[in-house]
Design a protein around this ligand. Structure first.
Ligand code: CP
Length: 307
């Protein structure tokens, strides 16, 4: 039963519950008109303490396409956060006005704190370098739709694996399906954190290895998950400038990849995927962004118990 639950971590839902969300997303994709009024009279609050295009807009589009309404803020300075209001007080107040809330915050764990004080479902829309569970729902739905399965995959994660919350969440989620293995491609300074390596991969006997050159491993991959080096997470601009263009996927490199390898990216991209890849049928990142709206429609409907 998903009604009334929070989604803070990709593992908050069982595999069966995830399948419920994906099945509903399938139904919505099949016939969106059937769902035009399922959230009539309901309100989603988007509480974004950090910038966003896809997550906030897809949450808002999702609620509007279900017949509901939206309130919220897209940056903290436009709210009483700028006067020093705590996350706990903000969510207690928002709970007086809205039925469900999606929160993005630069501090790890802030949506979890909010959930402890909330009388409405709280969805983590990205917390610092920690987790981004609805991006993971998006990624899983995309893989499930375009590959047909979530098991027996070799997934390459490339770029900023240290600060990249989308990668941390995706590894957590895909580790629960059978026979998936990971290849991590990053500069040494941006390697996958120890907690992912030890607590998720080693603890669950998941096969993984690290590589420094993309060309060496591209031929093995079913999925290449590219990520941006995140300027906003660096303390030192010189380090960012030195590392930002470590990996750039272009036509030449794609010659090493399988014909059916999928290129995913949570977006936004900066330089890491050349625009020429947009024309390659293996570049699936804009389809992925669209699936993000459908899976959020399914998630909202399930957490509100309107279906
Ligand atoms: N993928 C993602 O989280 O994008 P935004 O930062 O634009 O929401």
């Amino acid at each position: 039963m998903l009604k009334g639950r929070h989604l803070l971590d990709p593992r908050d839902f069982s595999l069966e519950e995830l399948e419920e969300v994906f099945s509903l997303a399938d139904e919505i994709i099949e016939d969106p008109k059937k769902f035009l009024h399922v959230c009539d009279g309901k309100i989603l609050a988007t509480l974004f303490y950090e910038p966003s295009t896809r997550t906030r807009c897809s949450f808002e589009a999702a609620m509007l396409r279900l017949g509901g309404s939206i309130i919220g803020f897209s940056e903290p300075n436009a709210s009483s956060v700028s006067k020093g209001e705590s996350v706990a007080d903000t969510i207690r107040t928002i709970g007086c006005y809205a039925d469900i809330a999606a929160m993005r915050h630069p501090k790890e764990g802030a949506p979890t704190i909010a959930s402890m004080y909330s009388n409405i479902p709280v969805i983590n829309a990205g917390d610092g370098s920690h987790q981004h569970p609805t991006q993971t729902l998006t990624d899983l739905l995309t893989i499930r739709k375009l590959k047909g399965h979530l098991s027996n995959l070799t997934i390459g994660c490339c770029g900023d694996l240290k600060f990249g919350r989308t990668v941390h969440s995706l590894v957590k989620a895909l580790s629960r399906y059978n026979n998936n293995k990971f290849i991590f491609i990053s500069p040494e300074e941006l390697n996958i954190p120890d907690y992912v390596r030890k607590e998720i991969l080693e603890k669950n006997n998941i096969e993984f290895r690290e590589a420094s050159k993309m060309e060496d491993v591209l031929g093995e991959l079913d999925i290449l998950y590219m990520t941006r080096v995140q300027r906003e997470r660096f303390f030192n601009e010189d380090d960012y400038v030195r590392l930002k263009d470590s990996y750039i996927l272009d036509k030449e490199k794609m010659k090493y990849a399988k014909d059916d390898m999928m290129v995913l990216h949570p977006l936004p991209r900066v330089n890491e995927i050349s625009y020429e890849i947009d024309e390659d049928p293996r570049g699936c990142y804009f389809k992925q962004a669209k699936f993000g709206m459908y899976v959020r429609m399914a998630l909202i409907a399930k957490l509100l118990g309107v279906r």
